[in-house]
Ligand binder design. Structure first.
Ligand SMILES: O=C(O)c1cccc(C(=O)CC[C@H]2O[C@@H](n3cnc4c(=O)[nH]cnc43)[C@H](O)[C@@H]2O)c1
Length: 261
């Protein structure tokens, strides 16, 4: 099993490396076009050790897609393709309880909690029209959603005691209650937002590699309140999440539908 884990910034990469490193102290640093992979090989309970490569590719969906595509392509050309791409880092959580009028179940993602995406959705990829936002898919282009393998989502969420739901990818961090409400109106199952997941998933899908997104909540999605961001706690939670996830990834193989074999 070969896994590419893509973060935005080095602080997130180092938090992931610390978590995986609980079972794999050795780290090799390998250059890839445009970046450096941090490679770990945690020992699983049985079977061959997986390879977990961690890359800090930059902030935003474009940087995430570019970094992911470069790493996936370099591995494929070397005939050591990845089996899974993971977008990982801190994110904003939709921390309020489900609105009374909502018909869809949605758990609140509180500060410091772990979120696993069962859908990775580009929330602002589209056009503004007189009738409001229209997604690119409604304009006849591309896609706005990638679905991680459900059995893997379930196993990772259980291992990390995570909130499961849609994780939105945005190019602009939400900074108002109005925008947060609008996002929830359009995506009632949204539990978090961040800026890279869709970029990682889109680059992975182009090479038929399944994708996963793991976030730990540093702030509430809503009115901008920088003083209330808890980045340190979220990075610690990211380390804890990957300490739990790493052994599990070692025992996974995928068939083309992403089910466990
Ligand atoms: O506004 C600030 O002062 C500020 C300070 C530090 C970092 C930021 C970011 O915008 C970080 C973006 C970075 O972190 C992820 N992230 C974290 N929370 C959110 C959020 O509520 N909405 C979207 N992205 C978030 C994101 O994936 C980026 O990698 C701002």
């Amino acid at each position: 099993m070969r896994v590419l884990i893509v973060t935005a910034v080095p602080a997130e990469r180092d938090a992931v490396v610390r978590g995986v490193g609980a079972t794999a102290p050795e780290v090799a640093e390998l250059p890839v076009p445009g970046g450096v992979l941090h490679r770990l090989s945690p020992a699983p309970p049985t079977g061959p050790p997986p390879t977990l490569d961690v890359l800090a590719a930059g902030v935003g969906p474009a940087a995430a897609a570019a970094g992911t595509a470069a790493a996936l392509t370099a591995a494929a050309v070397a005939r050591t393709p990845y089996d899974l791409a993971v977008s990982a880092g801190i994110g904003g959580g939709f921390t309020t309880a489900r609105p009374a009028a909502a018909t869809t179940e949605r758990a609140a993602a509180r500060l410091g909690s772990v979120v696993i995406a069962d859908a990775i959705v580009a929330a602002d990829l589209g056009a503004e029209t007189p009738d409001g936002f229209t997604a690119v898919t409604d304009l006849g282009f591309g896609t706005v959603e990638h679905l991680p393998p459900a059995p893997l989502v379930a196993a990772v969420a259980e291992a990390t005691d995570a909130v499961r739901g849609t994780v939105l990818t945005v190019s602009t961090v939400t900074g108002s209650a109005e925008r947060a409400a609008e996002l929830l109106r359009r995506h009632p199952r949204a539990v978090a937002e961040a800026m890279e997941g869709f970029g990682v998933a889109e680059a992975a899908a182009a090479q038929s590699v399944p994708a996963l997104e793991v976030r730990t909540v540093s702030n509430a999605v809503g009115p901008r309140d920088r003083a209330a961001w808890r980045i340190g706690e979220a990075l610690e939670a990211l380390t804890g999440a990957f300490a739990a996830i790493a052994p599990l990834l070692g025992t996974w193989t995928f068939d083309p539908k992403g089910t466990r074999q």
